[in-house]
Design a protein around this ligand. Structure first.
Ligand SMILES: *Cc1c(COP(=O)(O)O)cnc(C)c1O
Length: 361
């Protein structure tokens, strides 16, 4: 038996979540966001579950080029744009769509031969103040890009929402208003909806939606869980029990001897730690699924191991598999316990965790 941790990847759950995104935005095209190795899920392994997407979106040029190398022929949007002439030429050669978010990128485009220019997308800063042209730079930028003949048949305006996860925030409406006014005035298409917007604002879907986290089955909304939103977990992270033993009242567990046994009790040592991507800040009490019931983590998370309180499950044996998150235990819950978000848990999966793909073909 193999005693190293595994991430079971359920392509049928992915298909289900993608279909849900399309149902929420029936008029829009879906660009599946698969940056950061498909949020740590393994982009090459996930592609067979994304047949129904009209295209893809990634953060960086090298991520898009990797997709082309994997045989992806559909549209790919590079949301961060390009930073030098080589990247722009490669984007043109490979038929990528490049976000343009800064006037200097337009200068760079203008300095290159017209034939070597890729399709460009105008990225607007509608209030998040990360990447994007400011509203007063929009018209000049649009006209320059039109003159370079790199906007395709109809300009596409993209933007990103700062507070879409928070239904109580008024910022989303403000951002949407700015985006839709610009788009209307210049007959542009809109791409602004991330997972949170797709699941919460039917009137703000635009022409191209960009679902990320929802595809993987975690919730993009504060205080709503993935299952509540009809999402299914794609990654189920599992590890085996390496040891089971009994310790005595007053004895301690793990680094710093921070956890003290309140009575004589059985404990289990699970073969997964922060070196695999399990969050080091998960505190004692964080649930781990053993069989079909949760048992609490005790002591500090170390690089290769965590320790479990087995008082509620004394029948556990070496070789039993536990689930850290996924089917039966929402990643959102573990993220909340560890003071982070499911996005980061997924991205932190390391190469030591073997992928096991289910639902192929
Ligand atoms: C990551 C990202 C998305 C997807 O966001 P989710 O919250 O994962 O749906 C969409 N647009 C941009 C610009 C992004 O960086």
């Amino acid at each position: 038996m193999d005693f190293s941790p595994r991430a079971r990847i359920d392509l049928n759950a992915l298909r289900h979540n993608l279909a849900l995104a399309q149902q929420h935005a029936p008029q829009a095209g879906v660009l599946a966001v698969i940056k950061a190795n498909a949020y740590g899920h393994g982009v090459a392994q996930l592609l067979p579950g994304l047949d129904q997407a009209q295209g893809f979106a990634v953060a960086r040029c090298d991520e898009a080029l990797r997709l082309r190398a994997l045989g992806v022929r559909k549209p790919i949007l590079v949301m961060g744009g390009a930073y030098n002439a080589e990247m722009i030429s490669a984007a043109a050669e490979q038929g990528l769509m490049l976000a343009v978010h800064h006037p200097w990128q337009i200068e760079l485009l203008a300095s290159l031969p017209r034939k070597a220019l890729p399709r460009c997308v105008l990225k607007i800063d509608s209030g998040m103040h990360r990447l994007g042209l400011l509203a007063d730079q929009f018209e000049t930028s649009l006209n320059r890009l039109k003159a370079l003949n790199c906007l395709g048949e109809q300009p596409l305006l993209m933007s990103h929402m700062a507070c879409a996860d928070d239904l109580a925030s008024g910022m989303t409406e403000q951002q949407w208003q700015l985006i839709s006014e610009l788009a209307q005035r210049h007959s542009a298409q809109i791409s602004a909806a991330n997972s949170a917007l797709i699941l919460s604002r039917p009137e703000m879907q635009g022409d191209w939606v960009r679902p990320g986290i929802m595809l993987y089955g975690a919730s993009p909304l504060i205080e709503r869980s993935g299952p509540e939103l009809g999402l299914q977990p794609v990654m189920t992270l599992q590890a085996p029990l390496l040891a089971v033993k009994t310790i005595l009242k007053g004895e301690s567990v793990g680094y710093g001897a921070s956890w003290i046994a309140p009575e004589d009790m059985p404990i289990g040592v699970l073969g997964i730690g922060y070196g695999d991507g399990y969050p080091r800040h998960a505190p004692a009490g964080t649930p781990v699924l053993l069989g079909d019931s949760p048992v609490p983590l005790i002591g500090r998370v170390s690089m290769d191991m965590i320790t479990l309180d087995l008082r509620s499950r004394p029948q556990a044996r070496v070789g039993d598999w536990a689930t850290l998150w996924g089917q039966g235990l929402a990643a959102d819950r573990i993220a909340a316990a560890a003071g982070t978000i499911a996005y980061q848990l997924f991205c932190n999966r390391t190469e030591r965790v073997r992928l096991e793909i289910h639902g192929q073909g």
